[in-house]
Every structure is written in C-alpha cells, then in structure tokens.
Design a protein around this ligand. Sequence first.
Ligand code: SAM
Ligand code: SF4
Length: 462
Amino acid sequence: MLNSFIDEAKINELLAKTRPDNKQVKDIIQKSLSKQRLDLAETAALLNVEDKDLLNELFTGAKRLKEEVYGNRIVLFAPLYVGNNCTNDCSYCAFRCSNSEARRKTLSDQELKDEIIALEKKGQKRLILVFGEHPEYSGEFMANAVKTAYTTKFGPGEIRRVNINAAPLDVAGYKKLKAVGIGTYQIFQETYHQETYKRYHPRGKKADFLWRLYGLDRAQQAGLDDVGIGALFGLYDWKFEVMGLLSHAVHLEQEFNVGPHTISFPRLQPAQGVNIPETHLVSDDDFKRLVAILRLSVPYTGMILTAREHPELRREVIELGCSQIDAGSRIEMQGYSQALGQEQESDRQQFKLGDTRSLDEVMRELVSDGYTPSFCTACYRLGRTGEHFMELAIPGFIHKYCMPNAIMTLKEYLQDYASPETRNKGEQAIKQAIAKLPSNQLRNEVIKRLGRIEKGERDLYF
Ligand code: SAM
Ligand code: SF4
C-alpha cells in the first residue's frame, strides 16, 4: 500500500513556525542564485516573507535567476482539446460529469486534423493535447492522436513536439505514448491537501488521491522521463500548495534521479455553473509571490504560465521566472478550426480564458519587450530528456544551444507567419539576440544558418 509523500504535518509546522530574519532570507536567495534547489524549510522561509523590502529582493532574485538560467528566451505552445467526455465530477471544471449543460465532443480523426492544420497555419510548432478522463481516452487512443499531430502537415507547417495533459494512466498506457514519441506528460494534482482534494473530487477515478499522486511515478517507470506537475491555485492555501509542489519535485528527484521537467500553477477561473467559495482564491499580488518563490525553489525546472491569466498580469509574471507560455489559445472544442469570434463559447470550453490574443500579437509584444520567443524542440528530438537533460542544464548550455535554436525558430516564424509589424520588430530582436551570443564563432554560425532559412531551409537546430 502506497503512502502519500506529502508530509502535511511537517508542511504545516514549517509554515507556522518559520520566521526568518533578513540575513536568513538573503542567504536563501543567494543559495538559489547559485542554482541549488531549496529545501522545504528554506521555501517556507521565503513563503513567510512579509517585509516589503525583502519581498522586493525576492522578486529581484527570481528575475535574475530566470535571466541566468533561461536567458531572455520564452518557449511558446498551444493547447488542443481532443475530447471533453469526463467521468469525474471536479467541482471547479465545466467538463465535470454533473454539468448537463456542457456540449460533449470527441474529435474525429478528420476534426483533429482540421484543428492541427488551423494551428499550423498560425505558426504553432508545439502542442499540448488535452483530454477529459473517460474510458474512451485510453493510452492507445491518445497515442493515435499524437501520431495524427506529428503526421498532419500544412505548407511549411508541422508539429514538432506533442505534450499531453490528461488523467494518470497505468504503466502500459504510458508505454504506448512513449512509443509514439510524446514530449512531456503533465498531471496536475490540483491540491496537495488530502481533505480538500476529497471535497473537490467526490466521484470517479479522480477521487483516488494516491492514484493521481503516483501518476507520474508510473510514467517514469514506463520510461517517460519528461513529466510535468502542477497545482490548481484557489482550492486551498497557496503557501501549502507551493510546499506540496516542492515535495512532489523532491520525491521525483529521490526516486528517479530527475525532477519534474515543468511546473504549472493554473489559477482557478470562472467556469460554466461553477461556484467555488472565495476563501482560498489567490490575489494577483500573492500570485506573483508564489511564482517568484517557485522560481527560486527549483532553479532548473521549467515554469509554465498559461493564458488563464490576463495579458497585463502575464507580462509582469513572465519576468519572475516563467520559461513557457501558451499563446493564441482556444480552449473550446474545435476552437481553432471553427471561427467563433473573440468571445469564446461557454458551453464548449472548460473555463474562461484571460488572454485571448492571437499568437502574432503575443509574439509582437514579446519581441518588443526584449524576449526571444522560441518554438525550439531540439532537446527532445536529440534525446536530451530526463536525467540526461538535467545533466545538460548546466550554466552555459542554454546560451550555447537554446538561444541559437530560439533565434532560428523565431526566424522561421517571421518568414512564414508573422504580420509585417511583428516581422519588423522580430528582426530587430534577432539582431539583439545574436549580439548577446557567447562567442564570435557561434554568432557566425547562427548568421549562416539564418541565411539558409531565408533561402527556404527549415528545422535547423543545434
Ligand atoms: N482531465 C484531465 C485532468 O483533470 O487531469 C486533464 C485535463 S484538465 C482539462 C486540465 C487542468 O485544467 C486540470 O488539471 C485543472 O487543473 C485545470 N482546470 C480545471 N478547471 C479549471 C478552472 N475552472 N480554472 C482553471 N483551471 C481549471
Ligand atoms: Fe474531468 Fe479534468 Fe475537468 Fe476534472 S478537471 S472534470 S477530470 S476534465
């Protein structure tokens, strides 16, 4: 019988008793800037910082760490809902089985292809396929959807990395996905607090806290070494959830020698017929704090900020340590292939999105703000995943490999999909990014390859 590796008593005690002084907080930030993962006590100390000046140091530290580990690169992806049938009854989700108003749909092969083509036409290269939890959505079913995504191509467009966000599978199910080359398998625990978990998941397979908690252990056992964890902020105390996420990361490190590839921190959004008590809703200010603290706690883990948040807040939060965002997202079934207008349809989507801008608009803002947006998929295609990826995630790697790859994938986007204004600003951003590359040799090589992309070559990477 498995036990939970979330030590609630210890987390509660640390949160209740840790009252760090200024020097301790500064030392913890320094440890994190030396790229070491923090432990639970250190993270509890950061969570309990209330002093304004210290909070500012914490934000400055998170920004610096992001720059040093990830550069100014930001990876883009889009979610694609494949099916919203669901046998669970999560009280916060419009797809819950008791919501009779939801329009249910599983995309046919052709409908899925239509969605993929619509995404490729916008310039997307990285997808996350999303599924409800239903016997229909087996490992094999998901594997077929992944195959369709990789093989459906339109013009210069292609999908080069497919991730999945879905229910936990058994080892055999994950093996089917490994065989078709998925990227990351994401499962959000929603809340790490067992009693709260029980309350929000009254029925269906998801009611089993431990089956979900160990879901990514089974993925690792099946050889899927890129896994993503997450908590749905707003169900329980945000400080507890940060400690839960860290405990999960530590558990994966201890058991499999590799921490999670990504951490997600979705915040509860309004959804059809959903009425959640406001007790634990997370304010914008606390949201920024939790992102900065997560950044400092797990320096080498990718952090995903989704379009649940509105554009102004996203702009601020990206700086604090996010490495991936989705853009141009539609989360209603068939939302990409069927033009539905700006106002997304409530009976076809899981919750309400905060950022409904197009990919082009988001790209324009990113390059104007000094970022290098990236569609890079090199690591996973060269087998640089899991433990191997962790070894490579050493200082310098990002600047030698990820930045050049970001520049080249940005160039492809500008050539094939960007509006004239975005192209203009993007070309300036490329010049600035080239100037910051670590050596002349690399600069020259990248410039050469950009010339090849201008002549029509695609998919060049280091
Ligand atoms: N059905 C699968 C599951 O529950 O794991 C995977 C997909 S679910 C559609 C993706 C995630 O959306 C959930 O894990 C949950 O964290 C999040 N979510 C559900 N309802 C939400 C809401 N009202 N606001 C924000 N995020 C929500
Ligand atoms: Fe189903 Fe996932 Fe929604 Fe829960 S969160 S009702 S499992 S789609």
